[in-house]
Design a protein. Structure first.
Length: 252
């Protein structure tokens, strides 16, 4: 049996086909454009990234018909809005490098301690909560669509999973980069959702890293793992001993 590994990074998407002995049978990559429309604004076209992933997967499918499963390692803290039913991206993918929401830090400065206690991450414009606030305050129509429950907000990993399988999920390693996730309890934090005014229905469900995300591109190949790139590197180096938390769809 062989395995597909997708490494979706800041500047390119790579694909690898491994056999069960860990030998690389095929690899390729496609670069994508990084857009900088203004100072401190760094973004991508999410459709360009998904199209590259699909192209690379189809290349692999021509090479091997015996594929057991697929996994995705992904850049962290890159967020966007998209339609739940059509999967149409409504905003660019705002990069983890982007700091356009920096002006909000003073507004939330008094909440830094509580944010740290729940997330173990600092208050920064690079994470999801401030990006959410910045974008909806500048886009009234998007804010209205969110109120109607028609829109997802999430990391590019969830958008890719939705595009490949038809189902949107956020694994815990990526949820931890949102400033909305209680890392102690493994679920969305009601306190943080209220703080950043993020409706729970706007967020895809949280899953463990290893999960049945669905089959990719209408094949019988399951997407079995989605994980942040740095967490993936940590595991690859043998740096994790404890099991991941199970799925929990509530809030705290």
């Amino acid at each position: 049996m062989n395995y597909i590994i997708i490494d979706q990074g800041t500047s390119s998407t790579k694909i690898f086909l491994f056999n069960n002995k860990g030998t690389i049978l095929y690899k390729n990559k496609i670069k994508h454009k990084i857009n900088t429309p203004k100072p401190f604004n760094i973004e991508f076209d999410p459709l360009e990234i998904v199209s590259a992933i699909k192209k690379l997967i189809f290349e692999v499918l021509k090479i091997s018909k015996s594929i057991n499963s697929a996994g995705l390692a992904i850049q962290r803290s890159t967020f966007l809005f998209w339609e739940k039913t059509t999967k149409k991206a409504l905003t660019p993918a705002i990069s983890w490098q982007d700091s356009r929401a920096g002006h909000l830090l003073k507004e939330f400065d008094k909440n830094k301690k509580q944010i740290w206690e729940k997330t173990f991450t600092p208050l920064t414009p690079h994470f999801g909560g401030p990006k959410f606030v910045h974008i909806i305050r500048k886009n009234a129509s998007l804010k209205q669509a969110i109120k109607k429950g028609d829109v997802y907000f999430g990391p590019i990993s969830a958008y890719i999973v939705h595009s490949l399988t038809g189902q949107a999920f956020i694994d815990q390693s990526i949820a931890s980069r949102s400033l909305l996730f209680n890392i102690k309890k493994g679920k969305w934090s009601k306190y943080l959702l209220d703080l950043f005014d993020v409706p729970l229905k706007c967020l895809p469900p949280i899953t463990p890293v290893q999960f049945k995300f669905g089959n990719i591109l209408k094949t019988k190949i399951p997407l079995s793992i989605v994980i942040g790139d740095q967490q993936a590197a940590l595991i690859g180096q043998g740096g994790v001993k404890k099991k991941y938390l199970g799925a929990n769809l509530g809030t705290s």
